[in-house]
Design a protein around this ligand. Structure first.
Ligand code: AMP
Length: 174
């Protein structure tokens, strides 16, 4: 398989946002037209194989890929946001972080019952964020048809939390 341009562009930022975390910075990927186009096309290819009617992106970096993937797939895009950011009627899911909890929300009229949804984020770590996103989609009666990421930290085994869904990550880190 040919190497993706994005692989050489993702950069490691040690000790961000706190000591001991090696942050995978994807901003150089979205800054580069060829790299962005390539990864959006690859993720859209996966979405197409899942036959989705809607793309859901997880705030904030999931938006960077999710909206252009939706354009490729000719679907709408639904932003899944952190606590308190959505103005309309919404439902909430809390999930565990290494320390404490985080909350994601979706507008309860964003997805029609039975719609097949592709969930998009930049990176899969422990899987807690994407699992909460999947629960939200299911609570509004959508079908999680696939979940895709630009990158996956394989050693955290986050895909175990998502094993009932078709999954795609373009880049893998041990
Ligand atoms: P998790 O819920 O543990 O799978 O974490 C995934 C979410 O946290 C994604 O939205 C990522 O953007 C972010 N994230 C977690 N760990 C990292 C990391 N090492 N580098 C960059 N982003 C990360």
């Amino acid at each position: 398989m040919t190497k993706l341009l994005a692989e050489s562009l993702v950069r490691d930022i040690p000790d961000f946002p706190k000591p001991g975390i090696l942050f995978k910075d994807i901003t150089p990927v979205v800054q580069n037209y060829d790299a962005l186009k390539e990864v959006v096309e690859k993720m859209a290819e996966f979405g197409r194989s899942c036959k989705v009617d809607m793309v859901v992106g997880i705030e904030a970096r999931g938006f960077l890929f999710g909206a252009p993937i939706a354009l490729e797939l000719k679907t709408g895009f639904v932003p899944l946001r952190k606590l308190g950011k959505l103005p309309g009627n919404r439902i909430t899911e809390e999930y565990a972080l290494e320390y404490g909890t985080n909350t994601v929300e979706i507008h309860n009229d964003a997805i029609e019952p039975g719609m097949r949804v592709l969930i998009v984020d930049d990176l899969l770590a422990t899987g807690g964020t994407a699992a909460a996103a999947a629960r939200l989609v299911e609570r509004v009666h959508g079908v999680v048809a696939g979940i895709c990421f630009l990158a996956e930290l394989d050693f955290l085994e986050g895909r175990k939390a998502l094993e009932k869904y078709p999954l795609c990550s373009l880049l893998h880190y041990d």
